[in-house]
Write a protein that binds this ligand. Sequence first.
Ligand code: BG6
Length: 480
Amino acid sequence: MAHPTTIIIFGASGDLTRRKLIPALFNSYRKGRLPQTFQIVGFARRPWDDAQFRSLLQEGLVEFQEKSFNAAKWADFAPRITYFQGNLDVPEDFIRLREHLPTLESGPTNRLYYLATSPEFFVPIVQNLGQAGMVHEHEGWRRAVIEKPFGHDLQSAQVLNEAIHTVFAEQQVYRIDHYLGKETAQNILYFRFANTIFEPVWNRNYVDNVQIAVTESVDVGRRAGYYDEAGVIRDMFQNHLLQLLSLVAMEPPASFEADAVRNEKAKLFQAIRPLRLADTVHAQYDGYLQAEGVAAASQTPTYAALQLYIDNWRWQGVPFYLRSGKALADKNTEIVIEFKKPPHIMFPDIDDKDFSANTLSLCIQPDEGIHLKFEAKVPDAHTTQPVDMEFHYDSSFKGNSLPDAYERLLLDAIRGDASLFTRSDGIEAAWQLVDPIIQGWKTHPEAPPLATYTRGSWGPKEADALLARDGRVWRHGCMH
Ligand code: BG6
């Protein structure tokens, strides 16, 4: 971290820069975690100067990170930010940038190129960087951080990977999935592999089913233009839900080194049985069609639920149920591992039906923690009742606020740790799994029809039926 570093943000006038990137960099700066010598260059089309750019970023910081804003620190930080006006698809503007950067840098400097643009600019930016000779590593490393969505299907992801690989080597590429930067998502591997008592039961012998839910109360809001093209599978499943699945289901890597972790994820994805349309539900919330930017009679799902299987020794026969949607009752991300019931109930006053299974809930957000539910004897009675053993970050780690995912991910990219970034094979494997579903819903004669659900509900009744046919229900282990 002693080496000078320049962070160049392409698409710097966009929301992501104000909302996430600058607050993350500012917080890392406050904590003394950025390289001693660094600067941030915002590249965008608008005719702004440094002062205008800084003041917009400052407003964003105050709006989104009011608690951590500190005027004195900002006064130190802001002069390191400059603005460069340019077009993402004009090669000459990259030549100008190449000539401009050394005027800010003194001597060999690392460069992090952050592609915070809409996806149609990913290839032009990469090609322009290549053509301008800005990718070779003679004078420090060169890395590219690429935002999502990474392609819109397998083929486009492959084309994008190929275009990137003609310019950058894979180890220079950092594909972001911000769910992997969440503390609680990272904790899944620590929970599993820094303890001894959970892993022995983490398999088909003890686990009845696993549920992964990422529910959101917000609707598509002002993003309807993008969302109507994408839909919930591309927006949430291809990336975030499958990444959470890989953390919960992968085999232990031999080390925490980036490729060791990503190799295990790749193996896991390869072991997922192709999804069957009959094991899926897709639905749209009432009122979605009225949102501005949504096509008339759009069939885009805003909710989906899937059942899948992992064909390996650990998970054979254990169903994994995944669901995600917008305009639902509450925002909640959780993974529930439901264990099998005891093989025999010896207590005469307890009916097998009344006996609930043990569940372990990994609460990713908003109430971050872990809950273990088990049966306890009701005092002065011969029956039992489920009780909860709970860990909450805010009470166990008082004073350590949970950093935003982008803070960790940006620092990792600067440090050169790619373990929380998706490798090209991981991205392609995820598309390979979900593509047939997206296509099948549109064209397959036996695909389930698009269901509807009421805003503010927990989703369509069809999603309950998906579990009910196996005698199961969706669990809310993190919410009381
Ligand atoms: C993004 C999706 O990747 O994740 C959004 O594009 C979604 O539609 C968001 O709202 C959810 O992220 P978080 O961190 O708020 O759970």
